[in-house]
Design a binder for this molecule. Structure first.
Ligand code: GDP
Length: 338
């Protein structure tokens, strides 16, 4: 059931032809399935409405590529497209994609005429194993085929974006992060909060993560680099593992309520203490400590600190606290407004 509170969350819809990789993507990103095991997944045979404990209330609707939903009267278009923020269309780059592109073109045309506000995000998928040149060729070819068709139909400014993705590396998470960031109202405010934090604490990079999916909702404005993202996203796994095993200090009743349930994993009152989700660790290879602080039950602030951050932890803690308060307020306000 979609409650009032979940309606204000960004919602994504996943579509594409059979075997293009839809089930694999949602399993890897939202259910932590190791990529190799997608080889044994059943291909999508019906519409799946997949709810999970995420900031985005991701109801990833996983459409089978086979059914043409627009011709089948059994589908309620408004129910399907009325609320979503972005349509993700998956194209298998290792296969002949002409048919997929043709279907996508007709889908975009219908959406543009009836739901022009939906972002259309094309995942040119399974690009692992393709050479860089070939990847770019394919991307160029698909982009041209779609844009030509759109301008023929008079939709020059359709919100269509292209991403090169694979479940075998972080590119799928990066793509989701970009998709979701477009759906956050006043993203700039979030970014400047993270900029402030980085400046006052001399952090190298800060991310606001959706813990369950490890998609980042925002980051500071310093140049993005894959290595920082990987370090921070791996760190979340480390912390989730540790908090499953150990518990340390008590929280207020309010704090406890906030954190029960996924992804921090409930049962707080059964334990002697509560899981600590405030942490700081030095990674030996990078010399730079990483910190993680929960913001609410879905979101966590993760940052790569400076080499000298340990010497000024009181100051760092104070600034992190202030940022967390600011973030909490931000999300309370944006939720209320909607
Ligand atoms: P669906 O029918 O769209 O749900 O497609 P599936 O998720 O069942 O995927 C079909 C096949 O593609 C599976 O064998 C997956 O292992 C494979 N696959 C999915 N994503 C990738 C990817 O990023 N790279 C590669 N090489 N194979 C993938």
């Amino acid at each position: 059931a979609v409650g009032a509170s979940t309606k204000s969350k960004p919602r994504l819809l996943l579509m594409g032809q059979r075997r293009s990789g839809k089930s694999s993507i949602s399993s890897v990103v939202f259910h932590k399935l190791p990529p190799n095991e997608t080889l044994f997944l059943e291909s999508t045979v019906r519409i799946q409405k997949d709810s999970m404990a995420s900031f985005m209330d991701f109801q990833v609707w996983d459409f089978p590529g086979q059914i043409d939903i627009f011709e089948d009267n059994g589908f309620d278009m408004d129910a399907i497209f009325g609320e979503i923020g972005a349509l993700i269309w998956v194209i298998d780059a290792q296969d002949d994609y002409l048919e997929a592109v043709a279907r996508l073109n007709s889908t975009i045309a219908i959406l543009q005429s009836r739901y022009p506000n939906i972002n259309i995000e094309v995942f040119i998928h399974k690009v692992d194993g393709l050479s860089d040149d070939y990847k770019l060729d394919i991307q160029r070819d698909i982009t041209i085929r779609i844009q030509d068709e759109l301008s023929d139909q008079g939709y020059e400014n359709a919100p269509v974006t292209f991403h090169l993705t694979s479940i075998y590396n972080h590119s799928i998470f990066e793509a989701f992060s970009k998709v979701i960031q477009k759906l956050i109202p006043r993203l700039g405010t979030l970014e400047s909060m993270l900029d402030n934090l980085c400046r006052t604490c001399r952090f190298g990079k800060a991310y606001l993560f959706d813990v369950l999916s490890k998609i980042y909702i925002a980051t500071d404005s310093s140049p993005a680099d894959m290595a920082s993202y990987e370090i921070c996203s791996d760190y979340i796994d480390v912390i989730i593992d540790i908090t499953d095993v150990y518990g340390t200090w008590h929280r207020s009743e309010e704090g406890r309520k906030r954190l029960e349930g996924e992804p921090w994993n409930g049962k707080l009152e059964d334990q002697v203490g509560c899981p600590t989700v405030e942490s700081c660790l030095v990674l030996h290879d990078s010399k730079k400590p990483i910190m993680l602080r929960e913001v609410d039950r879905y979101l966590a602030l993760v940052a790569i600190m400076g080499e000298d951050s340990y010497d000024k932890m009181p100051l760092v803690n104070m600034n992190v606290e202030a940022t967390v308060e600011g973030l909490t307020e931000f999300f309370n306000i944006t939720r209320r407004k909607k």
